[in-house]
Structures are given as structure tokens and as C-alpha cells.
Ligand binder design. Sequence first.
Ligand SMILES: [Zn+2]
Ligand SMILES: [Zn+2]
Length: 427
Amino acid sequence: MAGRSQDRSLREELTCAICCELFSEPVMLDCMHHFCKACIQGYWESCARVPSCPQCRCEFPSRAFRTHYLLSGLVEKVRRCGSAEHRHKMQKHLEDALQARQKEMENFLRRKRAAQEDICGLTKVSGELNFKIHAEFARLHQILEEEERAVLAELGEKEEQSLAQLNGDVHRLEEGMSVLQRDIERIEQILSKMEEVSLLEVESLDIKPSVHVKPQPAFDLEHYRDSCSGPLQYIFWRQMLRSICPAPAPLTFDPESAHPNLVFSRDLTAVTERNRAQPVPISPQRFRQCVNVLASRTFDSGQHYWEVWVGSKTKWDLGVAAEAVDRAAKVKLSPENGYWTLRLRNRTEYWATATPWVRLTPRRPPRKVGVFLDCQEGTVTFFDAGDMSHLFTFHQVSAERYCPFFSTCFSDGRDNMEPMRLCHLAL
Ligand SMILES: [Zn+2]
Ligand SMILES: [Zn+2]
């Protein structure tokens, strides 16, 4: 090996020509040759002549040499490296390094495999999402096309009706005109023979009253044009909204399920907590421990979406509850207990009440929260309904029947008095 032969030549360079060992306390003579200090001193002792270099025979006026510290350091290093102990240490060091790298290699391999699995998953899910988005847009296109056909059909019908009316007018007027034409010709004929006919004949001439065509109200072309104009895209978009699925559900609160402290607006779309119980009939449906309330609609299939105004309330809970939840007990809101909810605490802390809770960091405090329940998929998803940004999704949601769930939390004096409202899409 190159390394070994390099080692050898280095050792040779550092070997004393007298003792044939690695230099010990190397010194340099004026001729630039090196020897062990003891060796050169011994050599000079043994021959009483003028001191000379045993290698080049160069003679010196005195027994002078210079200690070569740099060389002695190098020799020490070479001596050490040659030792069995050093070799052993080096081997151990290398073995450790090898083991560490093998371990790291396994680690990298594992991470690479995980990343590759993620790539597969990502590609698969992207494909599914792609398909889904495509299908939703296809449905929108279909709705839009149906809407377009319906609007055009309506226009066609209007046109046909108006045409029928105008053509009728034309036809009746033409009939009247031909009657008039006949009358005119006849009267002119009589007039031309006025001199020849007897008075008796004139009197017997049958001049009927002129034909009458009832005038129709003038057709208003401007009105016809105006009735089919305006902000057409907005008009069609509003019509389209009727066909969208799921459209926001116009929910109302179910007072029978409400904790006695809760008070409702007359239309049952706003609720607030009053700090003391109202006189309410006893019902097994009623929440008795927490200031909770459900919506009057429940769901067991399909997809449903609703929006809840929380404004600047300082705390609240909302989401979905299983219809079967224990309403008499004070229960922790968690999926295990049949609750899939989002909550605000301490004005700024948003949590999904999964197990364990998940702290959410919305881009801005949501003032209107959208809840999407998909009974088939078993998911409950929350959005900031202001910009429809995603907040959190619960998976493996399962119950026989689902209820939209709300808790105003306590009003704490005036702090959290602002009512919670069910939003109805007002168009
Ligand atoms: Zn020597
Ligand atoms: Zn010499």
C-alpha cells in the first residue's frame, strides 16, 4: 500500500546512521547531517581525532551540533504511530466511526423510505383531490349550463309569446285592411255610377259600418330588453346558489335542549347566557349542567354545512354532538363523549377538543365559523367562514344521529354577553 511505503521511507529518513534506530534527541551537524545526540557524542568520544561527520566525513573545528526540536517532535510522532497501542487505538477509533456511519446510514435509509412513502401518499391524495375538485366543478358547470338553458328557454318563451301577439295584430289588421279594401272599391264603384243610378237604388245600397280592429297596447321593446338585462352574472349566480349542495343550512336553536340560563331571540337564531335560570319546562332533552344548546335540525346522512357568528365573544364552544350525549351530566367535550367541537378560551386561545386537545393558530380571529358535517366520510371540518380558510378536521366521527352543538359559555358580567348567532344566507 502507498501509505505503508510512505511510512517506511519516512522512518528511513528519521533513522540514525550510527545506531540504525529512530533518532533519539536528534541533533544536526554543520554538514546538515543528523544523528542521535548520544550516538554522535559516543562516536566522537571513540575516535580521538578531529571531530567529523560519520556520514560525509566532513571535519569540524569543534564538537558542535544543534539540537533539532522540530525533528525530535516528528520522530516522537512516528514512534508513537508505530506502536501497537496506537494501532489498536486507531483501529478502535475507525471501528467506532464505521459503526456510527452504518447507524446513520440505517437512519437515513429509514427517513428516505418514510419520505418516499409520503411521496406515494401525497401523489395518491393529490389524485383523489384532483378527481374530487374536478367532479365538483363539473357539477358547477352542469348547474351553470342547466341555468343557462333555463334562462334561454325562458327568453325564447317570452319572445314566442310576444311574437304571437304581434303577429296576431298584423294578421287582424291585414284582415281588416282587406275588408276595408273591398268596401273602398265598392263605394268608389257606386260613386262613379252616381249619375246613372236612381235615388231609389242609392237608398237601398247597403253601406255597412266600417270594420273595427281593436287596438292592442303598444309593444314596449325597451321594457322587453330591460327585463332581460341588469347584472346578469350576479342574477345567474344567485339562481345557481339554489342548486348548490350542500348550501348553508338555515338552522335555528332548539330551546327545549337549552340550559335554563340561555335566552333566545324571537326567531331562535340568537342566544345569550343570562347568569340566572329562566322558568323552563323540565325536559329530558335539556342540558342541565353546562350552558349548551342544540339546533332544531338533526342529521343522520348526507353532507351539511352551517355558519355560526361568534363575533368578538371571549369564549365559546361549537361543533357537532351525538344526539345520544348525556345531557344531565357534566361531561368533558371530547370525541369519546360524542362531541367534536372547536372552542375559544381566554379571548385568544383556539382549541380543537380532540384527544389530546389541539391548539389552533388561525390567521386571524374567526368571527364567523363554518361547520361542515359529512356523515358518509365521518368527518367534521371547521372553517373561518370569513375567507373559508381551513381550521381543523375531526376524522372517524361516528354517531347514529348528529346535532349541531353550541355553548355560549358564561357571560361573565358583560365580557362575554355578545349573543351567538346562527347565520342564514341572506341573498
Ligand atoms: Zn543513533
Ligand atoms: Zn555529514
